[in-house]
Design a protein around this ligand. Structure first.
Ligand SMILES: NC(=O)c1ccc[n+]([C@@H]2O[C@H](COP(=O)([O-])OP(=O)(O)OC[C@H]3O[C@@H](n4cnc5c(N)ncnc54)[C@H](O)[C@@H]3O)[C@@H](O)[C@H]2O)c1
Ligand SMILES: CC(C)[C@H](C(=O)O)[C@@H](O)C(=O)O
Ligand SMILES: [Mg+2]
Length: 366
């Protein structure tokens, strides 16, 4: 079967990590008898440079026409890049937000899993790590602060900036259902994270989650305030199965969860709508500090490609093959620099490799 994959390589390390994921997809195609054709789509800083805007209507049309989209990352150094002198709607991130909205990608799944082999890269103590942990962050992606009205204006001679956080019950219900559905396929526990002690939007979130929970009697659920959740993620990450939360909290908590798995370079993600379509991308950014050096970890992008095979194309065997190959390569001791702490470097059993070599090793182990 032929699959038409839209590819947004993007900026910074984006092109480096996406080309490794394409390498792996091509190898999967050859092994299992599929073809993947790639439609390259411009988004982010590279689109600004080429067209003056971070995402053109033509780019949106190509993304919509694809069977699924694989993405690297967009953006630059927000302190120094000229892209951040442009008005906000013309900056790289505006392209990504516009695409998420245009494709109605409301459900963002970010699986944070500690590989046995990466315990050394996890900054937590051994007694906290125990047998490891495996959680799914289910982040609402098309509402909340990211999409509310915002303005900067002078009020009584004082510069004043406003961002608004709005959720309606339908937006909350559909993401909550997704969260409980996923929990049914996992360890049947949902932790709904909010700030209901302060925010109206969180109080509505809690009310709707409680209604949805009634349809899932087999799932244990709890509410947790976001500040406590941030703390619990490092105190006892094992307690979490599905973390269900709104857009901004999910953005922040998923970066935190990634670090307890060893590195942001390990955290894959799928952004889904209510069809089989999805946008698959690593959770981390364009990493301007290491772009062009050939040292970025491509595993999150490769695992995102595996999620694409599983969720958009129903190719479970093929997705398993990628995930197993990643495990084998880690077991054999290969590490990119982000998952290789100093003490590990001294061990003869561990070998540091760059981006392309890591991609090749995963292909060799398929
Ligand atoms: N989905 C996306 O495209 C996305 C996500 C997050 C940030 N961004 C953008 O990326 C730019 C840089 O943001 P930032 O520096 O705050 O976050 P970042 O995630 O790009 O980088 C944070 C740190 O993590 C490291 N890192 C990230 N991915 C890595 C990988 N695959 N391998 C090894 N190390 C990795 C970086 O080197 C850096 O030290 C900004 O413009 C931001 O808006 C884009
Ligand atoms: C680049 C940025 C807009 C984006 C977000 O905040 O959603 C990123 O941080 C992410 O986590 O995908
Ligand atoms: Mg983020």
């Amino acid at each position: 079967m032929n699959y038409n994959v839209g590819v947004i390589a993007g900026d910074g390390i984006g092109p480096e990590i996406v080309s490794e994921a394409r390498k792996v997809l091509d190898a999967i195609g050859a092994k299992f008898g599929h073809t993947f054709t790639y439609d390259e789509i411009l988004m982010g800083g590279c689109s600004i440079d080429a067209t003056g805007v971070p995402l053109t209507d033509d780019a949106i049309a190509h993304a919509k026409a694809a069977d699924a989209v694989l993405m690297g990352s967009i953006g630059g150094n927000t302190a120094t890049s000229p892209w951040y002198k442009l008005e906000p709607s013309l900056r790289p991130e505006a392209g990504l937000l516009k695409l998420r909205k245009a494709l109605n990608l409301f459900a963002n799944l970010r699986p944070a899993y500690l590989y046995e082999e990466l315990k050394e890269a996890c900054p937590l103590r051994d007694d906290i790590i125990g047998d490891g942990f495996d959680m799914m962050i289910m982040r609402e992606l098309t509402g909340g602060l990211y999409f509310g009205e915002r303005k900067t204006e002078e009020v009584d001679g004082v510069m004043t900036a406003t961002d608004t956080l709005t959720y309606n019950e339908n937006e909350i219900r559909r993401i909550a259902k997704r969260g409980f559905d996923i929990a049914m396929k996992r360890r049947r526990k949902v932790t709904s994270v909010d700030k209901a002690n302060v925010l109206d939007s969180s109080r509505l979130w809690r009310k709707i989650v409680e209604e949805v929970a009634k349809d899932y009697p087999e799932v244990t659920y709890e509410h947790m305030l976001v500040d406590n959740c941030a703390m619990q993620l490092v105190k006892d990450p094992k307690q979490f199965d599905v973390i269900l939360t709104e857009n901004m909290f999910g953005d922040i908590l998923s970066d935190e969860a990634s670090m307890v798995t060893g590195s942001i370079g390990m955290l894959s993600s799928a952004s889904l709508n209510d069809t089989k379509f999805g946008l698959y991308e690593p959770s981390g950014g364009s990493a301007p500090d290491i772009a062009g050096k050939g040292i970025a970890n491509p595993i999150a992008t490769i695992l995102s490609a595996a999620m694409m095979l599983r969720y958009s194309f129903d190719l479970d065997k093929e997705a398993d093959a990628i995930e197993n190959a990643v495990k084998k390569v880690l077991k054999a001791g290969y590490r990119t620099i982000d998952i290789m702490p100093q003490e590990e470097a001294k061990k003869a059993t561990v070998t540091q490799v760059g981006t392309a070599r890591m991609g090749d090793l995963i292909v060799e182990n398929l």
